[in-house]
Design a binder for this molecule. Structure first.
Ligand code: KIV
Ligand code: ZN
Length: 497
């Protein structure tokens, strides 16, 4: 075994997908899983099968679609969970069950009303039970970041003895300092008898902005698997970003640790995940943000023009940023669009490609040059198909010295409705008009409008979170027209109710 090899465990489709509003359907998950396989990750955590029939089905289908990486299914330390995880993994070429339980005193006392001894027994029982189904069993000690090291070492030793092949040490709440987390991993390496029989895994959350630093501290102190997500997505402040760890290890030759990741596939996959999950990447995000390689100050530009090594520590082409990529315009053909989508990891049926091409031409008429984000947006734009409520037409007028007014025509399951209203702006007026038809109490909690690329002819994406009768819904809209995109997002929410 190569002692310097770091195994990359991707949990975009499990921990990442737990983010409210980011849920993918099975077809989209397969698309991401296949791209992860091409990226070269070692393990894909495909879901938490007991949590819903949808998750179960996704694990089944990903197991069939993917060959090389290990497919992992999450479970609690509960026999029924493990049974269902094993069932979902039945078609996987290489499979792993990821089971575990909270080990911090917070979890033991408040979540389980239990004792350390009882938790230790349950952990061992779960691993032994999972071993009946699969050879490869990973154990997670939830909230290990806040677990007393001595007790953690006892748990880790016991589960390895019970057959765990990987032990995951999650900093579930993102509380640890890098030094503290590194010392925790070192403590386990130094104090657990039999530690050489298992791989130690990091799993860090970013609540205090330290997920990447903590993961690196873990790897530098003996961990050899890192649990990560594309773009660092995940609940709350997210998980450790795959691209950051992989590029740290690639750039720092002094560390002498390496992964199997083909780094040139990072950027296209980052765009794909962002687009499918409707989760924008912050412009200053390390490695994959829009500004990550943009030198704007005069001094920097001057230096980079003389020699890129002055201010660039990573060659953008190393992460798949293709500076010379073909520009797509209204004159581009099917083949160019297909080629670009393929490079971005999207393979469409001929029929779907025809539909996307038609939309592409309409957008190219409005926008002249289309960028990757525009194209990914078009490729994902059939998600609203099958909606019960559709907008037939919308007209909104606004300007200086006049009261904004809007009128709208809706098709609700084949029946036509029309209404008009005023508001404090064209979006408000349009939503007020729509509310006259759909008389349901809906509160908008979040409303973000973001340009896809640049220019006044740009497409915009609208993300909306609304609340109705105590439940929260997420909607998405995209258009070159801000009012249209906003109404699409609102109608997307209503359709989900
Ligand atoms: O953050 C965490 O503790 C987890 C475990 C379920 C592995 O995601
Ligand atoms: Zn987690």
């Amino acid at each position: 075994m190569d002692a310097n090899r770091v195994y990359v465990f991707d949990t975009t489709l499990r921990d990442g997908e737990q983010v409210p509003g980011c849920q993918l359907n099975t077809v989209e998950k397969i698309q991401v899983a296949k791209s992860l396989e091409l990226l070269g990750v070692d393990v894909i955590e495909a879901g938490f099968p007991i949590s819903s029939p949808g998750d179960f089905n996704s694990v089944v289908e990903i197991s069939k679609a993917v060959t090389w990486p290990v497919i992992c299914a999450l479970s609690r330390a509960v026999e029924k969970d493990i049974d269902v995880a094993a069932q979902a993994l039945q078609h996987a070429h290489r499979k792993r069950i990821h089971t575990g339980i909270g080990t911090s005193d917070y979890h033991i006392r408040y979540k389980f009303a239990s004792t350390r001894e009882e938790i230790l027994e349950r952990a061992v029982r779960a691993v032994k039970y999972a071993k009946k189904y699969v050879e490869d069993v990973e154990f997670y000690a939830e909230d290990a970041g806040r677990t007393d090291n001595e007790f953690l070492a006892r748990v880790v030793e016991a589960v390895i003895k019970a057959g765990a092949t990987v032990v995951n040490i999650p900093d579930t709440t993102g509380y640890c300092l890098p030094q503290e987390y590194g010392e925790k991993i070192k403590y386990l390496c130094d104090h657990v008898a039999g530690i050489e029989n298992a791989i130690i895994s990091t799993h860090c959350h970013n609540d205090l902005g330290m997920a990447t630093a903590n993961t690196m501290a873990g790897l530098l102190n003996g961990a050899r698997q890192c649990e990560v997500t594309i773009n660092g997505i995940g609940e709350r402040a997210g998980n450790t970003a795959l691209e950051e760890i992989v590029m740290i290890l690639k750039s720092h030759k002094d560390i002498d640790l390496h992964t199997n990741v083909n780094t040139q596939k990072i950027y296209p996959l980052s765009r794909m995940v962002s687009s499918l999950m409707n989760m924008p990447v912050q412009p200053n995000k390390a490695i994959v943000g829009k500004n990550a390689f943009a030198h704007s100050s005069g001094i920097h530009q001057d230096g980079v023009l003389k020699d890129t090594s002055t201010y660039e520590i990573i060659d953008p082409t190393d992460v798949g940023i293709d500076k010379n990529s073909i520009v797509l315009t209204a004159r581009s053909g099917h083949a160019a669009l297909k080629f670009r989508l393929k490079n971005l990891g999207v393979n469409l049926t001929d029929e779907r490609l025809d539909e996307v091409y038609e939309e592409f031409l309409k957008l190219a008429d409005k926008k002249k040059v289309l960028h990757d984000d525009d194209i990914l947006m078009l490729a994902g734009a059939d998600r609203g198909m099958g909606h019960h409520i559709k907008v037939d037409w919308l007209q909104a007028t606004s300007g200086i010295g006049m009261r904004p007014v809007a009128s709208i025509g809706l098709d609700i399951a084949g029946e036509k409705f029309e209404a008009a209203a005023t508001g404090n702006g064209p979006v408000d007026a349009s939503i007020n008009a729509l509310r006259q038809i759909i008389r349901r109490q809906v509160t908008i909690n979040e409303f973000t409008i973001q340009g896809v690329t640049k220019g006044s002819d740009d497409c915009c994406k609208v993300h909306m979170q609304v609340e109705s009768e105590g439940r929260v819904y997420y909607g998405f809209g995209a258009s070159t027209d801000i009012v249209t995109a906003s109404i699409e997002a609102y109608v997307d929410c209503i359709n989900k109710m």
